[in-house]
Design a protein around this ligand. Sequence first.
Ligand SMILES: Nc1ncnc2c1ncn2[C@@H]1O[C@H](COP(=O)(O)OP(=O)(O)OP(=O)(O)O)[C@@H](O)[C@H]1O
Length: 263
Amino acid sequence: MSTVTALPATAQPTGVRLRDVTKTFRRRRRAGRTALDGVSLDVAPGEFLCLLGPSGCGKSTLLNILAGFTPADSGEVLVGGEPVRGPGPDRGVLFQTPTLFPWLTTWQNVLYGPKARGAHTPEVEREAAALLETVGLADARDAYPHELSGGMRHRAAFARVLINRPRVLLMDEPFGALDAITRATMQRFLLELWQEHRTTIVFVTHDVEEATLLGDRVAVLSGPPGGTKAVIDIDLPRPRSYDDTETLAFVQAKRRIREVLES
Ligand SMILES: Nc1ncnc2c1ncn2[C@@H]1O[C@H](COP(=O)(O)OP(=O)(O)OP(=O)(O)O)[C@@H](O)[C@H]1O
């Protein structure tokens, strides 16, 4: 992949505010399942926040609420000071399984969002071409998703989200299913992208090392049901790279997070 400076300028990053957010899923003939039981969290504009917590503590639910896919039952959910009322192009969402339309080529997938919004211009096409170059898919622009490797599909999904210039990136274990090498490549790419554009990122992961490498802060959720247990600053210098994972400071930061997670 080439340098990320070819990316289109992202919109001004924006902050996120959650206050006492609750969510219970109703179930037929069974008691409802409470996923979130009063989560409060702030993410500053341009911050990289990682969300960690035990399985079932509501991390994905929280991300879906921020994305506008699932409504909260109560509490305050603000992105850029505005209440979230549904999905919007200001928030780009990336899941573990890349979301691509199988009947569209890489190029058509990337341009899908701007086309759907009536914002498909020659300038956007230039940005799409630069983006594909950046994510190393210039040669795969006419390929269909089934013709791409797992890592390539992830990069295509990334380009598809970034073309919309999101003000917040919401990422739900995006690299969880990748092999170790592709995963490290994607982490490096994400760090370079963030370093360059400082998009606000909320990144769900199970992996303490990944959270330590990527985040400015790590929010540890308790539960289930999920509540805010602790928010830990990662004071490691930037830019960070995979080589840093062997330093004493990194190992100590990782241990601190693990202790909170397991306490
Ligand atoms: N659509 C749904 N209907 C019913 N229950 C749901 C639904 N979505 C999530 N839940 C429940 O809400 C709780 C939180 O789920 P969620 O997927 O948010 O947790 P998570 O922290 O992301 O889990 P994991 O780390 O295992 O991915 C779980 O008990 C889950 O069964």
